[in-house]
Design a binder for this molecule. Structure first.
Ligand code: XMP
Length: 507
């Protein structure tokens, strides 16, 4: 078992990022709520603890605090932002509102005699975002960094192995932030750097075998990254015992169903592809309302999945591609609940299993992708952008017909191909088929065809997004190709709306 660093969450938006940075330094990390008990910490036996930032003021009674015993455990601790204020306040320092709040990239001078800044330049940039600061240091502490307005931008008590930074080392705007985290891990905590995905895979395989024995396991494969990597890992761990149901609802992108099938064709698992396009299409006939489309697709998915799983032998376990951010967001609960936001519409409620297998529940998305590569999955699959469960069903405005699906699949494929060729970076990009027809002219003929809308966005969390300013030299040829090559598409527009107010999908 690899050494573990414990990250205690005090409500900051960057807890996942901190945990990922630690793992990037080859040290395993787990995130737990700030109010964790000392007994639980002892069970985890961390080599170090990091206290995250948070929006509160530590001197207010209702702000989140941790047990003061934590500071007496002789475990190295690094406080970040609110975490450093909490650390200082808990061991006798004073925290007060800043006379000048600091926001954004801020110059600072650091003490390179400290283990935290060893071998670094004396001048550093840190991302600041605070309205409180440490005004009186606790006994035995000294300042090891200062900015123009913040004399205690970083503090230490090396004897007690307690460190704090007012800035955010985990974000890219702190250019040497990862080095500072690395210094804490290796210089202060004595990290060995013993976390890697090769060992993770070996351990996961052993754990899966121990949990499942010779029972059979069912996995709903959507073709997305998480369920695909989960399938690849399980098929390696329990060859012959995994049954994957891939419901092809006919609303996948061009060739996607075949690509998913091909990716699993040489693996030791029972791959069941259900070509249910006709069923979905007839259930969606004449439906215009987006929410109703989602409900119908979700319900049909459950029906098809159930029908297919009933044909299987005795299944004991349900496997899911739950990943660490899902676990953190659901409060870190260990309860094996069926993922409520399952890609399409959830699974049949009355399906009974003796247990749930979630081998990826400790991994972040980038680690899942790397594990997928390690397991030999193709890049197109592991680097896949998010794709909504209801598929093109939420990208076709108005009624859904076979003709409209075909137009959209072709236009979308051209758009994706051109963006790739021109190296345009976007977190999600796709075509939408609007319900608007417009007049065009081809040769001597008037046409009356559909308008295709293109969307490409940059986002880190999909809660907000900005449109990608794709150069006109790229957009022009995309439009030309779509109207020339796709029968039924007569006009192309580019969506330049951010979220909010617009959502990423059109319906
Ligand atoms: P919106 O359109 O809400 O999309 O800005 C945010 C992210 O969620 C995806 N999305 C869905 N995913 N089922 C899904 O599995 C859905 O019904 C659904 N609707 C939107 C969308 O693609 C984007 O990544």
């Amino acid at each position: 078992m690899a050494q573990t660093v414990l990250i205690l969450d005090f409500g900051g938006q960057y807890k996942e990022l901190i945990a990922r940075r630690v793992r990037e330094c080859s040290v395993y990390s787990v995130v737990k709520p700030g109010e964790i008990s000392v007994e639980e910490i002892k069970k985890i036996n961390p080599i170090g603890i990091i206290l995250t930032g948070g929006p509160n003021s530590v001197y207010k009674e209702d702000s989140p605090h941790c047990s003061k015993e934590i500071f007496k455990l002789n475990i190295p601790i690094l406080g970040i932002c609110y975490g450093t204020q909490l650390l200082a306040w808990s061991v006798g320092g004073t925290v007060e509102p800043c006379s000048v709040s600091e926001y954004g990239k801020t110059k600072m001078k650091v003490d390179t005699n400290s283990l935290l800044y060893k071998d670094m330049d004396k001048e550093q940039i840190g991302l600041m975002s605070h309205t409180d600061q440490i005004t009186v240091l606790p006994e035995g502490f000294k300042s090891i960094a200062n900015t123009e307005h913040c004399p205690n931008a970083s503090i230490e008590n090396p004897d007690r192995k307690l460190y704090g930074v007012q800035f955010h080392p985990e974000v890219e705007s702190t250019p040497n932030g990862t080095q500072i985290i690395k210094n804490f891990l290796y210089n202060v905590c004595g990290a060995l750097g013993d976390y890697n995905l090769i060992d993770f895979e070996k351990n996961a395989i052993n754990e899966i075998r121990a949990q499942v024995g010779d029972s059979h396991v069912l996995l709903g494969l959507s073709g997305g990254v998480d369920s695909s990597v989960c399938a690849a890992l399980l098929s390696k761990a329990i060859p012959g015992q995994l049954h994957c149901i891939f419901v092809d609802h006919g609303l996948m992108r061009k060739n996607e169903g075949d690509e998913v099938e091909a990716a699993f064709s040489d693996r030791d698992l029972h791959f069941i592809r259900v070509n249910a396009g006709e069923k979905f299409l007839s259930a969606l006939k004449d439906i215009v309302d987006p929410e109703q489309k989602r409900k119908i697709i979700g319900a049909k998915f459950v029906e098809v999945f159930e029908e297919e799983s009933n044909k299987l032998p005795d299944i004991k376990f349900l496997a899911q591609g739950t990943i660490y951010p899902d676990v953190i967001e659901s409060g870190g609960s260990k309860a094996a609940v069926i993922k409520s936001h399952h890609n399409v519409g959830g699974l049949p409620e009355d399906m009974k299993f003796s247990g749930v297998v979630e081998p990826l529940r400790g991994l972040f998305k980038d680690e899942v992708r790397n594990l997928g590569r390690q397991l030999g999955l193709p890049d197109e699959l592991v680097d896949r952008q998010p794709f909504p469960g209801p598929g093109l069903g939420v990208r076709i405005m108005g009624t859904i017909t076979a003709e409209k699906i075909a137009i959209l699949q072709e236009a979308d494929a051209i758009f994706r191909e051109e963006l790739k060729k021109n190296n345009v970076k976007a977190d999600q990009f796709f075509a939408v088929l609007t319900d608007t027809k417009s007049v065009g002219v081809v040769g001597d003929f008037r046409t009356y065809d559909y308008t295709v809308a293109l969307r490409a966005v940059k986002t880190s969390d999909f809660m907000t997004c900005e449109y990608v300013p794709i150069p006109h030299e790229v957009l022009g040829p995309v439009a030309l190709r779509i109207v020339n090559e796709v029968e039924g598409a007569g006009r192309v527009v580019y969506d330049i709306t951010g979220k909010p107010p617009a959502t990423i999908e059109w319906c």
